[in-house]
Design a binder for this molecule. Structure first.
Ligand code: BGC
Length: 494
């Protein structure tokens, strides 16, 4: 009982009530506006220079690459012009050393080599023809999905503002990432032109809009994966800072006739000042020991890279509790068979290592409905080297997992809900369409339902509004979406 009481006290720290949600939505709306007015705000609200959303009739073959987290993906995408497409891809894990190298060209050179390998494997004819006659073979337009905060100054130009998600290459900050990649592509003599710079959320929005049947366009593309972020369709006239940016950049070249532009919100840094975000001791410790303390505070409470680490710190606190009746993963009584068992944890357990718990651990435990939480015990053994965990311990683990996951989903609802409210689409169109991607939204049990539960509590959405919000998985945003933007960008060379 003592353990259960303590676990209940801890999970209460993760409560994010209806009032909290509404207060956070109000703050989000205020930050949205501020971000549209000036540069350098917490919510960056970055203009993307993408001024149209596809309707499914687009055609052609394009290359797309995706750097944004654990993997680097290269693909070629053929758009069939009837809402469908085919895609060939290869994927490699980005070597950890390259994420933190001193020399940016090491990372970008590696990416160019992967593109070369892909062309040799999947577009051998084109590759060989170009090697023979470099000036007569057409270049592939490439959409570069680069999912970090970038201050975009044109469709294929943008300066890196900061790294997130474990990347830290000082030298690249402030540089044009398309230029960095193009340089390495040219050094290898590849027939590829970096035509568009794409945030994965923008790609997700485009992909959802292309694949949805009918003429309705999507409002918002959101990622809940390793990191989190959203991009949405904004009226050009609302992006007040555009005039200033145009002046600074000497009058950027983009199509103003559509009256709209997709804005990359970079909501990972919503409320870095912690005015409305929840803050437990575990959040604080995680942030302090991260490689970017004080920033991406929303992301650090919502996305896959961090949920495991929040949980790990909470479990560690329970494990180290001075009261032996509370401390988990130590000798205990197993309720399954009424026997006293010896629970042990290996000193090399991932429980004791930063980033030692993966989000997939949370998904498995959240889903576990087995007798005496047998599955949770198994994964405790496999992932955390806990031998013979008691049912009481497993129950406490599950309670904490649920608290961390549910809080993340309710926070996600804040950002999504605020964008829906600001767009007024529920009133004007009678619905709002959202494309989503990322491991959390795809695999975390109940994530969408918890988001919807929170929607129903938000003033300005409620039961009725929730029914009008469509959320659909838009797989391949970073491939298909980037190809679509490369297509749009193809004609407008910067
Ligand atoms: C980055 C965003 C990206 C998101 C999802 C965040 O860490 O700042 O640019 O869209 O992760 O991948």
């Amino acid at each position: 009982m003592a353990l259960e009481t303590e676990a209940k006290r801890m999970i209460a720290e993760f409560d994010f009530t209806k009032d909290d949600v509404n207060k956070a939505v109000r703050e989000y709306l205020a930050e949205m506006e501020e971000g549209l007015e000036k540069q350098g705000t917490q919510l960056s609200q970055i203009p993307t220079y993408v001024t149209a959303v596809p309707n499914g009739t687009e055609k052609g073959t394009f290359l797309a690459v995706d750097l944004g987290g654990t993997n680097f993906r290269v693909c070629s995408v053929t758009l069939h012009g009837n809402h469908t497409f085919s895609l060939t891809q290869s994927k490699v894990a980005v070597p950890r050393a390259l994420m933190e190298t001193q020399v940016a060209s090491e990372l970008f050179g590696y990416l160019a080599q992967q593109i070369e390998l892909f062309l040799k494997t999947h577009h051998e004819d084109h590759f060989a023809a170009h090697k023979g006659k470099p000036n007569s073979v057409p270049f592939f337009d490439l959409g570069f999905t680069f999912s970090f905060p970038v201050e975009q100054v044109g469709i294929n130009k943008g300066r890196l503002v900061r790294w997130t998600k474990g990347f830290a290459i000082e030298e690249a900050i402030g540089k044009d990432v398309c230029g960095l990649l193009q340089k390495e592509i040219d050094a290898l003599g590849l027939p590829v032109k970096v035509a568009a710079l794409v945030n994965d959320t923008v790609g997700t929005l485009m992909a959802r809009s292309y694949t949805s049947s009918g003429n309705e366009t999507t409002l918002l593309g959101a990622i809940f994966g390793t990191g989190t972020n959203g991009a949405y369709v904004e009226k050009l006239e609302n992006i007040k800072k555009m005039k200033m940016i145009d002046e600074q950049e000497g009058g950027s070249n983009y199509d103003r006739s559509t009256g709209m532009m997709i804005v990359n919100s970079e909501w990972g840094s919503f409320d870095n000042a912690l005015k409305v975000l929840p803050d437990t001791p575990y959040d604080r410790d995680l942030d302090r020991e991260s490689n970017n303390p004080g920033i991406q505070m929303f992301e650090k409470r919502v996305s896959g890279m961090f949920l495991g680490e929040i949980l790990r710190r909470a479990l560690l606190a329970l494990h180290g509790h001075p009261d032996p009746k509370i401390a988990i993963f130590k000798d205990g009584t197993s309720a399954d068979n009424d026997m006293t068992t010896t629970t042990t944890i290996d000193p090399n357990s991932n429980l004791f290592k930063q980033w030692g718990i993966d989000t997939s651990f949370l998904s498995i435990v959240e889903e576990d409905q087995s007798d005496h939480l047998r599955i949770t015990k198994q994964i405790l053994e496999k992932d955390l080297m806990v031998d013979s965990a008691s049912t009481e311990d497993a129950v406490a683990v599950k309670m904490l997992v649920h608290a961390v996951g549910k809080r993340a989903a309710r926070l996600a609802a804040v950002a999504l809900g605020a964008v829906v409210i600001q767009s007024k689409r529920l009133e004007t169109d009678g619905f709002a369409d959202i494309g989503v991607d990322g491991s959390l939204i795809e695999y975390y049990p109940g994530f969408e339902e918890y988001i919807r539960e929170a929607f129903r509590e938000i003033d300005g959405i409620g039961e009725e509004g929730d029914k009008k919000i469509r959320i659909g998985l838009a797989k391949d945003g970073s491939g298909l979406g980037a190809a679509l933007i490369a297509l749009i960008a193809g004609g407008s060379e910067q």
